[in-house]
Write a protein that binds this ligand. Structure first.
Ligand code: SF4
Ligand code: SF4
Length: 185
């Protein structure tokens, strides 16, 4: 019978055990963590960073186990460059059509005659980061891996217009992400 009682105890959903119902063990665990973090601050092992003055990507901060965003986290976009440093985008507008938030604006133009590998490139390529919902549809729609969402968080800004990224900014945004960070599709 004792075995079946144990079985019933194990099957209790989270938050229903006796320890959960009296709260004290959880409170004590919380107090322990608070004291640990307090003395960690005194010994210069902070649990926080002074964002945005200190970026979350700083290696020294990562060593403090503050943590990195998951590589699959969808943050700010980049426009990917080809081997010659040009945008890979061929201005097909598929990403713009796929975007449910209507936050991509592209104006195509013909490529210079010396560009023999494509007919069009974006003259204007803008993304309104405030309207974007970071769904990743633009990345999925692109036939030539020319746009990617990276794990980069928001860059703090003081005006709405600064949140509209133009082509130049998208090409230089988060340079480390020019190397693919996700498994190939
Ligand atoms: S992530 Fe989604 S909402 Fe944002 S630009 Fe791409 S398609 Fe539009
Ligand atoms: S980023 Fe990709 S999908 Fe969007 S216009 Fe350029 S090539 Fe087309």
């Amino acid at each position: 019978m004792a075995g079946s009682h144990d079985h019933v105890e194990e099957a209790l959903p989270p938050g229903k055990s006796f320890a959960d119902r009296v709260y004290l063990p959880a409170v004590m665990r919380g107090l322990k963590l608070t004291v640990q973090k307090f003395f960690g601050t005194v010994t210069d092992k902070h649990a926080t960073v002074q964002y945005p003055e200190v970026g979350i990507y700083d290696a020294s901060e990562a060593e403090r186990a503050i943590g990195h965003p998951n590589p699959r986290y969808r943050g700010e976009h980049i426009l990917v460059k080809d081997e010659q440093g040009r945008e890979k985008c061929v201005a097909c507008l598929l990403c713009m059509a796929a975007c449910p938030a209507l936050c991509i604006h592209i104006e195509p133009e013909p490529t210079p005659p010396e560009w023999g590998d494509r007919e069009r490139r974006p003259k204007v390529f803008e993304i309104d980061m405030l309207r974007c919902i970071y769904c990743g549809y633009c990345e999925e729609a692109c036939p030539c891996d020319a746009i990617r969402l990276t794990p980069k968080f928001y860059t703090p800004t003081t005006s709405r217009t600064e949140r509209v990224y133009d082509k130049e900014r998208l090409l230089e945004n988060n340079p480390a992400a020019q190397i693919p960070q996700r498994p190939a599709k």
